[in-house]
Design a protein around this ligand. Structure first.
Ligand code: PAF
Length: 321
């Protein structure tokens, strides 16, 4: 009898854990081998480990679920569980995030990471949480550079009239208008074909993305303008997070932190090796760029943020050492 009861108890436990098992869908606009892909794999690996297999997941890469804006909407309605995205489209959902998208604001990677890991990063994650999203952690895309198929870009004059794809981000569009280009917002999954067909002349993205997307197949010049730092986010859907215990929620945050570290390591690696890879694949890399005139012309874009929220946050970011 005792044996029968303990057998039934074990069977009941197995049913409970099988029922509790949840397979998550994690969306990315970039490939599984990209810096986000590395971070995504780490996220799922750590989460599965911490939860003893209760949470597993599968990556949906390369914009299969749409552009980053579509995927963020998917999180809000619960059709996607986790997304690693740039901050590019976030301002459309949480305008306070535009503070991080301002051009020539971050001095270098150390500065950006310090801001995102500190109070400012935490405050902005809390704002994100007020908008039917859960901000698990700030991750990284990298400093963005201009590529195009028309000419080397060394001065703002070289940008004049260039049809340049930007993210769907008001700050970036205003910055490129200020610098003289003709900004054309477009979701990332449409970009490669648009460049191939000559619908647009150029685009801007970090070395991480230029290498992962093999933009050398459709672009000749890359100018290391480093005009803006591009933060990324590990976001979760409230439809996943709301029903969890504190311990389970903790696993998600821990997995996100491990994902960020893996992504930053990959960004570091590509910052060291990526430019050479671009050259090897036939791109002309322009490094002799005076950033000051670009920064001056891009300054008008700060008003997109400061007209609504004032200059305090910008000054706080600049003051972080
Ligand atoms: O250019 C973009 O839209 C983003 O940088 C990308 C490539 C989707 C990564 O977040």
């Amino acid at each position: 009898m005792k044996l029968l009861i303990s057998g039934l108890f074990a069977a009941a436990l197995m049913v409970t854990s099988a029922e509790a098992q949840q397979k998550l869908v994690l969306g990315l606009a970039t490939t599984t081998t990209s810096h986000y892909g590395v971070g995504a794999q780490k996220f799922l690996e750590v989460l599965e480990d911490l939860s003893g297999g209760a949470f597993t997941g599968e990556i949906s890469p390369s914009g299969q679920l749409g552009g980053e804006r579509d995927m963020i909407e998917g999180l809000q309605i619960g059709s996607v569980d986790i997304v690693i995205t740039s901050s590019g489209p976030m301002g459309n959902f949480v305008p306070e995030v535009y503070a991080l998208d301002l051009p020539f604001l971050f001095r270098d990677y150390d500065h950006a990471r310090k801001v995102l890991d500190g109070d400012i990063g935490k405050e902005l994650l809390a704002k994100i949480d007020e908008n039917q999203l859960v901000g698990l952690a700030w991750s990284e895309n990298g400093f963005r550079h201009v590529t195009n198929s028309e000419r080397p870009i060394r001065t703002p004059d070289d940008l004049k009239g260039l049809k340049l794809r930007t993210m769907e981000n008001r700050v970036h569009m205003e910055a490129f208008s200020g610098m003289g280009a003709a900004p054309t917002p477009m979701a990332f999954p449409e970009l490669f074909a648009a460049l191939q067909q000559g619908v647009i002349d150029g685009q801007e993205n970090p070395i991480t993305v230029i290498t992962a997307t093999k933009f050398w197949e459709v672009q000749k010049y890359v100018s290391l303008t480093g005009h803006v730092y591009s933060p990324a986010l590990v976001l979760a859907s409230p439809s996943v997070m709301d029903g969890l215990s504190d311990e389970e929620r903790g696993w998600f945050y821990e997995a996100a932190a491990a994902s960020v570290q893996a992504t930053r390591d990959e960004v570091n690696r590509l910052e060291e090796t990526g430019v050479e890879l671009l050259r090897q694949n036939g791109m002309e890399v322009i490094t002799d760029i005076d950033k000051a005139p670009f920064a001056e012309l891009a300054r008008s874009s700060y008003a997109v943020y400061t007209d609504q929220y004032g200059t305090e946050m910008v000054e706080r970011i600049q003051a972080v050492e």
